[in-house]
Unconditional design. Sequence first.
Length: 443
Amino acid sequence: MYIDNNCGFILSALENAGFSAYIVGGCVRDMLMDIPIHDYDITTNALPDQIIEVFSSCKVIPTGIKHGTVTVIHNNEAFEVTTFRIDGDYSDSRRPDSVVFTDSLTADLARRDFTMNAIAMDIKGNIFDPFNGKKDISDNIIRCVGEPSQRFTEDALRILRAVRFSAVLGFEIEKNTSAAIHNLRSRLDNISAERISAELMKLICGKNVLSVLMEYRDIIGQIIPELIPAFDHDQHSPYHKYDVYEHIVRAVDSVQKGINDENILRLTMLLHDVGKPDTFKLDENGRGHFKRHAVIGAEKAEAILRRLKFDNNTINTVYQIILYHSDKIESDKQIKRMVGSLGLEKFLMLIEAKIADNSAKHSFVLEEIKDYRKAAETARNIVAENSCFSLSQLEINGSDLLELGFSGKNIGISLNNILELVIDEKLDNNHDILINYAKELKI
């Protein structure tokens, strides 16, 4: 197994100074799984002051010196180097209140979350695996180091990390670890919104997202309680073969892998029908209806994403796509209006959302997908041909209307009316023609 030169420099420098040094955690796990490594974590029996002394020729940042961690910069690459330690109590359910440094690598590995992350390797490739993490990796198992309840009580984020790892790696969660996840899920309330949202985004992009979101829906409900009413909610609809929550989950899983903005689309599909339970009505024939669920859902999604501290661009994008996700697309003129409102990029995201939505319904609904693909191509052509679909493309503007004597709100109202006529091909987008029409409006 290969350790890159920069990391090798760090390990060699510590060993040459008389200390033990190992790469540890996720980088070893990924190496064993032939997954590309993005960063290395290093553990050593050198104390923080000794680490700083060993790397006196490098830039060293005392990033977490209280917990034994310093960051060494070598060839513009950052390496976290942490002293072997034993953690004290975790009063905030996230970080230890205190640590005790130790000479024991096994004691250091014992404080880690899962066996697959409690493996160390030295520069020669020797593996140190006191908790049989390598076997669990081979068996595709996520298992806590030691007692699961203790691990999750120490750091509640580990609950969501376990679920995320299961989704991303396709591993099963060992039964005792799984039981503790369900039993201690309320401890997630102690974790910051930023950390929750970061883990959630990785989870919903995982290859095993469908089974994980179904098996651990109570975890999703803990962080997004607005989804709980969707659990087992029969839709009573000829278009749907799944309850609201399972439809949502299957729509998330149906988002095409590798497309632009895949992560935002998956987040959108996770929330796209959050408004359905609140708007459900059963008619006299026993058929379910969800009038205005897109509007209600967009508002709920916005509130959820703000609570989870997502950035404004993500919030606005998810809001707009949910708002339009159930709209019919029946004509080129309608496509022009939607592209004018959303922009081409978001319109294409909307199309992908509608395809994912239909993919989680009865098979006969899949017939509409070819129409959505055609709508996407039409939208691209509209933009490429510079067809008029927005106020900025009109050959008349507010200054022109001011000169004609328009004022105040009438300017905006009149421009929008003119745009509608141009889109409907009742007026040509020609400056003189539009000026003459505006003069008639003014009379």
